[in-house]
Design a protein around this ligand. Structure first.
Ligand code: GLN
Length: 497
């Protein structure tokens, strides 16, 4: 067959089922592309080439290739623990660690017959929006190698947009699936909090962390979502409810008919009077995306969510607070590196030296910030206030959903910026999360779907829905995708041809 890395997961599924190719061929094609391109792209921290080919051969021999996702390669963000396969969460402190077990989502993908290609680069402990906080590598945006691929799931976005993998998993705490998807022209979905297992996901901020799919099309993302979703007794916040029927919703949305659907454009996210920090090209593509929804029959109106403007300060108190607690387990005794264990230091010194050398600057900043926000005397003023804001944001969502079925906004206020442009300015980095944070704090599902290019760089449109109505996100995203005619990443293929 022609270039197998140009096919979507759905196309690969059909080719496998028809016996036109094999999982070994598909896997080899992607491994070859990784070997050729990843030196420049930096998407992978670890490639499991031999295991992938062996696994693919097993799937071929079982005769199941092409059933569901069986035989299709996937890449996993390095935040998911994988038994026997190095897992670092982008941090030096976990260098060399091989976990003794696998995350539930990794096991579910393995059980579905997918083939693990490797682990993708990320901002250290998922803290960042550009993947530049990785302790290991710079990852480049396939649309422009001088620009960031977004973050923190930037290795996954670069891998899928660059056709090194047809599918990848990311995690999203404050936007880390949606923003990298937006700036690389992909579809990325943050599921309803609690609907995809967090077991084996190295914790950043436990009340916000969610795993989710990244893909080149809405239907591909939906297939991946259904393969990982659903209740897991090993995650204490897992919801015991059926997985929303997102594949069916994606198929339905692709029909392009949104008659009767009520869409709210969030005034506070790039609407009238809240445009500071937004690039004009992003606002233009977003407005065109909204016009497409209207043309598909949706009833569009502007909706005000006054508390959304407070999401950024609230998130940057809550997430660091939880991180300061979660990261206490990395002390050099149980996982990864240990520094100063030469007999001349006591145990407290070894822990301090390990953390000093093992954590990067952004992680230290968050631990210090979070520890301060939780300290006696300041707890109410910072963490307590932020939790109140979180409640206000949830109430804004509830009120909005009385009148509309979904809310829309740009995903990111800007397109991918040049590598290095924001590394010295944490607040500029945090500003990338302006549009994604409200859905994170409220725990509601949100998808990013490409809605065109600005100066040759991808722009994403975000669709938010009520908790457990993930299917609405997919339906609306599929309608946008259908109206635009072809997956945005096809432009990269045309450029390469
Ligand atoms: N950019 C945000 C942060 O740095 C979100 C990261 C994420 O979703 N993991 O915290």
């Amino acid at each position: 067959m022609s270039d197998l890395t140009a096919l979507t997961a759905v196309e690969l599924q059909a080719a496998l089922a028809a016996g036109e190719t094999s999982s070994v061929e598909v896997t080899r094609a992607h491994l070859d592309r990784i070997a050729a391109e990843d030196g420049a792209l930096g998407a992978f921290l670890h490639v499991t080439a031999d295991a992938a080919l062996a696994r693919a051969a097993e799937v071929d021999a079982s005769g199941t290739a092409g059933t569901g996702l069986a035989g299709i390669p996937v890449a996993l963000k390095d935040v998911f623990v994988t038994e026997g396969v190095p897992t670092t969460s982008g941090s030096r402190i976990l260098e060399g660690w091989r976990p003794p077990y696998s995350a539930t989502v990794a096991s579910r993908l393995a059980d579905a017959g997918t083939v693990l290609l490797g682990k993708t680069n990320m901002d250290e402990f998922a803290m960042g929006s550009s993947t530049e906080n990785s302790a290991y590598a710079v990852t480049r945006n396939p649309w422009d190698h001088d620009r960031i691929p977004g973050g923190s799931s930037g290795g996954s976005s670069a891998a899928v947009a660059g056709r090194l993998a047809p599918l990848a998993l990311g995690t999203d705490t404050g936007g880390s699936i949606r923003q990298p998807a937006a700036v690389t022209g992909l579809v990325g979905h943050k599921p309803t909090y609690g609907s995809v297992s967090r077991y084996g996901l190295i914790a950043f901020s436990s009340s916000l962390d969610q795993a989710g799919p990244m893909a080149r099309t809405v239907l591909d993302a939906a297939l991946l979502h259904e393969a990982i979703g659903g209740h897991d007794p090993r995650d204490s916040t897992s919801i015991d409810a059926p997985v929303p029927t997102v594949v069916e919703a994606a198929r339905r949305g692709a029909g392009g008919d949104l008659s009767g659907l009520r869409v709210g454009v969030v005034r506070e996210l790039g609407g009238e009077g809240a445009r500071e920090g937004y690039e004009q090209g992003v606002l233009d593509r977003f407005a065109e995306g909204v016009a497409l929804l209207e043309a598909a029959g949706a009833q569009v109106r502007e909706v005000s969510c006054p508390s959304f403007g407070l999401a950024l300060p609230a998130y940057y108190l809550i997430a660091p607070s939880e991180a300061s607690s979660n990261l206490a387990r990395f002390e050099g005794m149980r996982f990864g590196i240990r520094v100063g264990d030469d007999g001349s230091h006591d145990v407290d010194e070894v822990m301090a030296l390990t953390r000093e050398q093992g954590f990067g600057p952004e992680v230290k900043r968050r631990i210090i910030l979070g520890t301060y926000a939780l300290s006696a005397g300041y707890y109410e003023a910072y963490y307590g206030q932020a939790q109140k804001v979180r409640t206000l944001i949830s109430r804004d969502f509830s009120a909005a959903y009385d009148d509309v079925d979904v809310l829309v906004s740009p995903t990111s206020p800007t397109v991918a910026w040049p590598i290095g442009a924001r590394v010295e300015d944490p607040l500029a980095m945090y500003a990338a999360d302006l549009c994604t944070l409200p859905a994170s704090l409220a725990g509601v599902p949100a998808i990013s779907v490409p809605c065109g290019l600005s100066d040759g760089l991808p722009v994403g449109l975000q669709v938010m829905a009520p908790a457990l109505a993930d299917d609405r996100c997919y339906r609306v995203a599929a309608a946008v995708e259908a109206a635009l005619g072809a997956p945005l990443t096809d432009r990269l293929l045309e450029r390469a041809a």
